[in-house]
Design a protein around this ligand. Structure first.
Ligand code: NAD
Length: 462
């Protein structure tokens, strides 16, 4: 595969934080690779531009509550293992805390704090009345079986049950968790929490299976939101979504739905990479067939060989070449969609990318150093709090339906989601023009304007 022409930078841009006064005042460390500090530094830069009061910057720079739990689970071999979990509640000025729970062997407190802070900003940007939270459990869900996963899920939610609730803190799926895990969370909570009726207690989690009060459209919601934002913003950048060439990093819930839905809009997915490998087909990869392949085999690797070629040897959309990670990143595309984990687009990857737009479907996939290089190279970075807010928006719609004991049809869910996403995109563009800043800062400004107004109306108790 031919290498792209864009050369990597000779020197990494500086990684100094720009809002270190607040960090010093709160006695926070200065590790430039710390995800939490990176996120808070970006938020505080926007707060500086908005001239938010200093005490609000201090409040937003630290989560309200950080809970760490340890709990034993009996494994199938009869032995007991001790698991570590977290629930971080960043801010609830706009409403009950809201945020997903991640099951992953590399979950750390500072990452959960960063993801919780992003939830505060995301809910505010799309104007859903929730605050920001996040949870995590140090476990590899692929390395344990169904019954063990159920026991871990039930013990984790029991361990944090005194700080969550249908009107206080509402978990949802994230990396490594899904509707089945939400079903176990909801069942465990309804059987142990006394202060709600069993039916009403189901509101404690969103992303539930349809049969248990889940919402139509929730499974695809985050990918749908990514596509709604791109459909709204790409034409203004001179890039019609129809015919756009797209590469996707991560083909789980968010990546695969983004692929399938953007293909429906006439875009072409030409390269995909996940934890099993990378594939490329310049004619376009059939996103639906690839999702089926991932569901069957656990990853994108082997897609090409599984489906074979046409008799003439030409690529069809049902096959692809296996490529290296570097070849994947260097594939020339219009839109690159990171939909895997945090901090994957560092300076090296930012130097490899050959795209016009990065649409952050994952949370915090671009390091500040990587983003500065992308900006210098003229790449537009659409931030995570905008691009992936579709998940929490439909979670809110699920919670509203549960509260009213009704079920909306898919059209109503999709239309309402689209309105939230389009308005959030326009708010971001407006802030960008008004303050002449990059998209990430603009999205934070649009979110902070709302939070700042609510704080000034409510005041600080007492
Ligand atoms: P998922 O577990 O369904 O998928 C994760 C994907 O990342 C998988 O395809 C996996 O193979 C890939 N991946 C993991 N490590 C990788 C590596 N080292 N290299 C390449 N690929 C790797 O998770 P998801 O729910 O799709 O979440 C993806 C991202 O989107 C996360 O940042 C998550 O926080 C964010 N997000 C998810 C939702 C949601 O509703 N699920 C909502 C908002 C944001």
């Amino acid at each position: 595969m031919a290498k792209a022409s864009i050369a990597a930078p000779t020197a990494a841009p500086t990684a100094d934080f720009q809002t270190s006064g607040v960090f010093d005042e709160l006695g926070m460390e200065r590790d430039p690779n710390n995800l939490y500090l990176q996120v808070i530094d970006s938020v505080l830069q926007a707060a500086d531009i908005l001239e938010l009061p200093h005490h609000l910057k201090l409040i937003l720079a630290q989560p309200k509550n950080e809970v760490m739990v340890h709990f034993p689970v009996r494994m199938n071999d009869g032995d007991y293992r001790l698991f570590k979990g977290y629930r971080v509640q960043h801010n609830n000025v706009l409403g009950p805390y809201k945020g997903g729970v991640r099951f992953h062997p590399d979950v750390h407190l500072d990452d959960v704090k960063a993801l919780a802070a992003l939830m505060t900003m995301k809910c505010s940007l799309v104007r859903v009345p929730f605050g920001g939270a996040k949870g995590g459990c140090k476990v590899d869900p692929r390395a344990i079986d169904h019954d063990e996963l159920m026991r871990v899920s039930r013990r984790f939610i029991t361990a944090i049950s005194n700080i969550i609730g249908p009107d206080t803190d509402i978990p949802a799926p994230d990396v490594g968790t899904n509707a089945q895990v939400m079903a176990w969370f909801a069942d465990t909570y309804t059987n142990t929490a006394g202060s709600y009726s069993r039916h009403d207690a189901m509101r404690v989690v969103t992303g539930k299976p349809l049969e248990m009060g889940g919402s139509l459209g929730r499974e695809k919601a985050t990918g749908q939101g990514v596509v709604d934002v791109l459909a709204e913003m790409l034409p203004g950048m001179g890039l019609p979504i129809e015919g756009a060439r797209v590469s996707i990093l991560g083909y789980g819930n968010v990546g695969s739905w983004t692929g399938r839905l953007i293909e429906e809009k006439g875009a072409r997915v030409v390269a995909v990479m996940d934890h099993t490998g990378a594939i490329r087909n310049d004619e376009g990869i059939d996103a639906v067939l690839l999702a089926e392949h991932v569901a069957e085999t656990g990853g994108v690797a082997g897609f090409g060989t599984a489906h074979g070629r046409t008799k003439t040897g030409r690529h069809t959309q049902a096959d692809a070449d296996a490529v290296t990670a570097e070849e994947f990143y260097r594939t020339p595309v219009d839109v690159f969609v990171p939909a895997a984990l945090e901090q994957m687009i560092d300076v090296e990857k930012a130097g490899w990318l050959e795209c016009k737009v990065v649409a952050e479907a994952a949370n915090a996939p671009t390091t500040p150093q990587g983003e500065r290089l992308l900006q210098a190279r003229g790449v537009e970075v659409l931030p995570a709090i905008l691009c992936n807010a579709g998940g929490v928006t439909v979670s809110y719609l699920e919670w509203v339906q549960n509260k009213q004991s009704v079920s909306w049809d898919l059209e109503r869910v999709d239309t309402t989601l689209n309105k939230h996403m389009v308005l959030a995109a326009r708010r971001t563009l407006l802030a960008r023009h008004r303050y002449e800043c990059d998209m990430r800062t603009a999205a934070y400004i649009a979110a902070l304007e709302n939070i700042g107004k609510v704080y000034s109306l409510r005041g600080i108790f007492p």
